[in-house]
Every structure is written in C-alpha cells, then in structure tokens.
Design a binder for this molecule. Structure first.
Ligand SMILES: [Zn+2]
Length: 236
C-alpha cells in the first residue's frame, strides 16, 4: 500500500494557507538515490581553533518537571564563536554557528544506523543554512571525545571546552553526499543544504555517557526521499 502522502508534515500557517513540507530530513541514503558528480563546486573547509561553550539545548522549559525529563528534540550543543570556522561553496561563505549531537544517528546509509551523529550547522550572510552531518562510530578517541568529555546539565551551567582544533572534528577526506533537506527539529524548516561526510570515531565511553543522558534517544525518524537525488562529490 502506498502511504507516502500521509507521512508528509502539513502545517497550517495562520489558517490562510497550507504549506506541505516534502523535502524533509533526515533520510536513508539508498544506492538508487545516489548520482556521482565530480564537477560540482568543492566544499572548502576553513576551520580554526576556538574555545567552545557546550550547552544543553532545552525544548521543555515550559514544563515544571522539564529539568528532569528528556524531550526527544533536546541535545548538547557546542556554540562556536563567529569567525572561528566557516566553509565556502561556489564562492559563498557559510559560518559555523554551532554543532550538536543525536543518538542514534539520524541519517542512514543503506539502512545502517550508527550509534551517534554530529551536525555542524552553518549560515551565510542572508541566513541560508548549510549542515554537515558526520556519523559517529565506536573506535579510536577523537576530538569529539574532548567536546563531550563533560556534558552540560539541562538546568545548569554551560561547560567550557578550551582550544578545540575544529578541523579535526571532520574526517580527513571531505567527500560529501549532498541533498536538499530540512532542520530535523521543530520547525523543520526546509532549504537546508545537507553535506553528509564519512564517519568519525569516538570511544565507547563517550557514546555511553551521551546515551545515559538521552536514554530514549534524540533522533528524528527518516523521512521520505520523495524523488530527491543525493549527489556524491568526491574530494580529497
Ligand atoms: Zn541535528
């Protein structure tokens, strides 16, 4: 049975009109959806070093017991000082504003689910978003372990993480799977350029610590591709 239409998110905006959101994230990347195009502009990464503030991003501040409960769209978010890191794509600059984490991973690759995923959210001068998604798998220690060494409590102070080499958050190779999607949390705004990279490793202890905080997970289910193409751009 074809049920795809009913899984779309439909929002009533002021009752005046209905906007159907159909380019939603995350997705399951299938072989059939991928097209390779080495001719597309490369993603140029210019990440420096910075002191970060790891904060708990709340979604239930209006609830009396909110400090003790985990909303599925809450997360740990590292705020990046403006100017410390940016990417360029076709001459347009997108500044890294924050990066945050989901467990389990939101994007799937041929159905595979990784234990965690990191989203690095960038914005250009007119507020358009470009997000880099990096699946996190258990293995060798990495810079991500340093960022998540101490988690910020939901109703407590932020954690300062000093002198982070932001470039080492990403895999060495910057090959990307690109597609047009959305925020994966309310309000699910579309027009987000997604760049999915190969994975990074983190220790089992870091995954366990994060899962302990978000015992029920903080990931959105995969959304229909709905005819979208995922373009692979090989890069060294
Ligand atoms: Zn995210």
């Amino acid at each position: 049975m074809e049920c795809r239409a009913v899984t779309r998110f439909v929002f009533q905006l002021g009752g005046a009109f209905t906007m159907v959101l159909k380019h939603q994230s995350p997705i399951n990347v299938t072989l059939g959806s991928i097209r390779v195009d080495p001719a597309l502009p490369p993603l140029r990464v210019h990440y420096g070093r910075a002191d970060l503030e790891l904060t708990y991003r709340r979604r239930d501040a209006d609830k009396s017991n909110g400090c003790a409960t985990r909303h599925p769209e809450e997360t740990e978010e590292a705020e990046v000082p403006l100017g410390a890191a940016h990417v360029t794509l076709g001459g347009v600059r997108y500044d890294l504003r924050q990066f945050h984490f989901h467990t389990p991973a939101e994007h799937r690759f041929l159905g595979r689910v990784d234990p965690m995923e990191m989203h690095l959210v960038h914005e250009n001068a007119v507020g358009e978003r470009l997000a880099i998604g990096v699946p996190l798998r258990v293995g060798q220690r990495s810079t991500v372990d340093d960022v998540l060494a101490r988690l910020a409590p939901e109703c407590g102070p932020a954690v300062t993480v000093p002198d982070v080499d932001l470039a080492t958050l990403l895999p060495v190779r910057h090959t990307t799977l690109r597609y047009q999607g959305s925020l994966t949390t309310d309000p699910y705004t579309e027009g987000v350029r997604w760049f999915l990279m190969a994975g990074k490793t983190v220790t089992a202890a870091t995954v366990a610590r994060f899962r302990c905080l978000f015992a029920s997970g903080n990931s959105r289910p995969v959304q229909p591709l709905d005819g979208r193409t995922v373009v692979e751009v090989p890069q060294v």
